[in-house]
Design a protein around this ligand. Sequence first.
Ligand code: GRF
Length: 194
Amino acid sequence: MIRLGILGSGSGSNMQAILDAIAAGGLDAEIALVLSDIPNAYILDRAARAGLPTGLINCRDFKSNFPEEAQHETAEALRQSEVELVCLAGFMRLLRAPLLQAFTRRIINIHPSLLPSFPGLHAWTQAVEAGATESGCSVHYVDAGMDTGPVISQATVPVLPDDTPESLHARIQIEEHKIYPAAIAEVAASLKPD
Ligand code: GRF
């Protein structure tokens, strides 16, 4: 049973998929803490409804920066909850040394493209605008770059001729909800001592 910490800024559908996989017996894990940098993010409502411990990351007045002090506080909160693996689920700030060093090779992310294609914001819009015929999603280890860490797993979806960014994102999210829990199980197994 691995203890997960979830960081998210948005709706939390991936966190919900992780919870559902745990409930269905497909993932031997427990969500120990859910943190958000956005006070009214829906991920916090979902977490509270599921009875999970939640907390707010205080990024002061910074809109997209993740101040060093806030990263130290986040690492400390995760440690206090005895988190073993940190899962970013729609978390919109870049992690730097304080957090990355506290959880070396223990932070993963889900990104809505086939990395290394289309890193960064609105990857589904990038795919439609580039005229890509396929896209998908990737689970990867997090490093200090923007969606640059080693890829753990991917799923591919077609981009259809009449796709809008929204319809493509919806198709990608269906796959995200399958591969993220599976990748967490894979990473958890790799962290177990022999
Ligand atoms: C997902 O598309 C994920 O790939 C990206 O942000 C979105 C989060 O969605 N990093 P949700 O909050 O899990 O619904």
